[in-house]
Design a binder for this molecule. Sequence first.
Ligand SMILES: [Zn+2]
Length: 110
Amino acid sequence: MEPYRAPAPRPPTPAEIEAQRVAAAWVDLRWRRMFSLALFVGFLPVNVVVYVILAMAGITEESKWFAFAYMAICVVSGIRNAFFRCPVCKKMFNLRSLALECMHCGAGPG
Ligand SMILES: [Zn+2]
């Protein structure tokens, strides 16, 4: 027979809160990397499509501004990756954008 009421959930311990924070930071790092990679891979096809669409509308000169803006977003994304802080030691994670472990403490997203 089930109890009348479910027991109240216990509050998370500080260690559990810290583990959740670190896990969320690794998820954030993965998303940042995937976003940067998608931007990098999509640079040529997206810009070709935009150029073709603008050419059909008869305005080819303005496609360079889209390409510049796209490049700027790529640069900002790369800088954001480079300045990711390790959630374990709180220092800069790694200057290599595809590094798998922290250059200070060796922790990584696994
Ligand atoms: Zn670290």
